[in-house]
Structure formats: C-alpha cells, structure tokens
Design a binder for this molecule. Structure first.
Ligand SMILES: Nc1ncnc2c1ncn2[C@@H]1O[C@H](COP(=O)(O)OP(=O)(O)OP(=O)(O)O)[C@@H](O)[C@H]1O
Ligand SMILES: N[C@@H](CCO)C(=O)O
Length: 312
C-alpha cells in the first residue's frame, strides 16, 4: 500500500515522568506538557523538517531526526511502503534530557503518525490504534515506562515479555487518587538517559530486589488509594543511589523534600525532581526548592487523562 502524497496528520503527545521511585522501567505518569507535530506525505526525495521550541537548536533536520527515523521504522513494522518524503513540522514543549521522557514523546509521535497515515492511506479514518502504537513505541524505546504514559495518559504500569517480531508490552492504567498533584522541578542541566543507565549495576542482591518489589506494590496502593503512604511507597532501592554522583544537586533536593515529609523522587533518569503531593503543600515544595543553591523551574503540569491524540 502506498500512502498518497498530501496525506497529512497533526498529533499531540504528552511528556511523562518514569519510575516514580522504585517502579524502575515499569511505572509512568503522563504530564500536561505537550509536543505537537504535523506530518504530510510528499513526493520527496528528502524529508523537510522544521522544529520550534525544545531542541530547536540541537536536533538534526535530516533523516536521523528521532521522529522521522521512528516513523520509517514504524512503517516497516506496519507493513506499509515508506513514503518517498515527508514534511515534518514540530512544535516542542517537552524539555530534552531532563527526565521528562522527551525521547519517548518523540518515539510515540513517530509511531502514531505512521499508524495514522497508514490508516488514511488504506482508506480508513486515521484513528489511532493505541495498543499497536504502545507495542511498537515500547519496543523502540527499549523500556515501557515513559512511552506507555505518553500513549495512554494518566498513570500506567507496564510489563514486557519477549516476543517475535517485537516484545509484547502489557500496560494497565492506574486510577490516580484525585488528591495527588505532581510538582516537577527542572534544572538547567541535562543528563542523557544513555549516560544515566551506564552507571547502573548489572546485578543486584536478591534481598534488594525483593525489598524494591514490595515498595512498588506499596506505591501502587499509595497512588490509587492512600496518598499518605506515598513517602514510603516512593522509596527506591534500585537506581537512584547509583546515579547520585550524576545528579548530585537533584538528589540533595530529593533528600531535602523527603526530610520535609514530601514524597520526592528523581523524574525518570533525571536530573528533574518529581514531588507527588497535594494542592495545599505545593508552596512547601517550591519553598524548599528555592532555599538551595540550584535554581529550578517549577512546573505543576497536571496529569492528562489521555495520551497521544489527533488534532486533525
Ligand atoms: N521532539 C524531539 N525531536 C527530535 N529528537 C528528540 C525529541 N525529543 C527528544 N529527542 C532526542 O532525544 C534526546 C533526549 O533523550 P534522553 O532519553 O536522553 O532524555 P529524555 O527522554 O528527555 O529523558 P528521560 O528518558 O530520562 O525521561 C534529545 O537530546 C534528542 O536527541
Ligand atoms: N526507567 C528509565 C526512564 C528513563 O527513560 C530510567 O530510569 O533509565
């Protein structure tokens, strides 16, 4: 099937915060910060790529652009002929390399665009098939926490099993307790996920893995039913301490917030900090963040109850 020249979609995809403490590579929370992109099939030969907002000074404008190369791979997985060219116009709000899932946002954008364009090319209505998008996006990202939250919105818990041609990801929504509000503290520094993963141990003791599993269970209960357990539930035993030297100022802020009785963790691979709190304590989070030497952009983005969607 060849997608006709001129076929076009516009999509929005939210940012996400992964891990939420112990839920390494499995728990994600969508955040109301959105990338938007319009993608139109052309007769090529090269992609034309325009970017405004986050990454406008840094991302490539050729076929190696993450949204573009993801689209090409997704067309192949969907069994659709890759178009001769595309015009991609991106308006990005998700900051890059800050632990807010920008790469997953871009990957979900590319997969969703390919699936929607393929549907239109086959005479369909272009509606998004979120389960297919989730499977492909999680396989391309390599871990499902950020991608699944960007696909479905809300809070998500995902597991992955080996499979052919792609691993199988099962994602379940978690009904976030309505009193929980995320506050995100974003520093000026960046840390690539690749670098942050390179310092992690390959193996952890059984006792550590067992204790962390118990914390994930507690965290799911805290997120959905009892926010008073968030401090205990967000205690991570797997990844944050190994990464402490990579984001020392962020860990110092996490420690200060937790000492103040606020459930703070590193957001994804960092260096942003995520505090899960209630509306009456947002000012406390802001005050503690303002009391140190590092300056933080404070976001209260909310949690969108939907993820990737068509604008037109
Ligand atoms: N919208 C985008 N368009 C093109 N490339 C992007 C886009 N968003 C992210 N990227 C690429 O992904 C890189 C950031 O990915 P990385 O995984 O290191 O951080 P992150 O996804 O922002 O954080 P985390 O995975 O910890 O939440 C950027 O430097 C850029 O190369
Ligand atoms: N679970 C991932 C999230 C970042 O993409 C990590 O912490 O490395």
């Amino acid at each position: 099937m060849v997608i006709p020249v001129g076929t076009s979609v516009t999509l929005r995809v939210p940012a996400s915060s992964a891990n939420l403490g112990p839920g390494f590579d499995c728990l994600g929370l969508a955040l109301g910060v959105w990338d938007e992109a319009s993608i139109t099939v052309t007769d090529g030969p090269d992609p034309v790529i325009e970017v405004t907002g986050s990454g406008a000074d840094t991302v490539p404008r050729d076929a190696s652009h993450l949204v573009h190369r993801t689209m090409v791979t997704a067309f192949e997985h969907l069994g659709v002929e890759v178009p001769a060219g595309v015009h991609l116009s991106s308006r990005n709000a998700v900051p890059h390399g800050r632990g807010l899932g920008s790469s997953a946002t871009a990957i979900v954008m590319g997969v969703a665009a390919a699936q929607s364009l393929a549907s239109l090319g086959a005479g369909g209505d272009g509606e998004l098939d979120l389960d297919t998008i989730n499977t492909i996006a999680c396989a391309l990202e390599g871990h499902p926490d950020n991608a699944s939250a960007s696909v479905f919105g809300g809070a998500t818990l995902s597991t992955t099993d080996a499979g052919q041609p792609l691993p199988t990801t099962r994602t379940v929504p978690l009904r976030l307790h309505p009193r929980i509000i995320p506050v995100v503290l974003v520093p000026h520094t960046q840390l690539s996920t690749h670098t942050a993963r390179s310092v992690l141990p390959d193996v952890v003791p059984l006792v550590t893995a067992a204790a962390n599993s118990a914390r994930v269970g507690l965290l799911v209960h805290a997120l959905t039913s009892d926010p008073s357990l968030l401090i205990a539930g967000t205690t991570d035993l797997l990844h944050q301490e190994s990464r402490r030297p990579s984001y020392a100022a962020s860990m110092a802020l996490v420690d200060a917030l937790r000492a103040g009785g606020l459930a703070a963790t590193i957001s994804g691979a960092g260096p942003s900090v995520l505090a899960l709190t209630t509306s009456e304590r947002v000012d406390e989070v802001t005050a503690i963040a303002a009391s140190g030497d590092t300056s933080w952009q404070v976001l209260t983005p909310g949690v969108p109850d939907r993820g990737v969607h068509l604008v037109s």
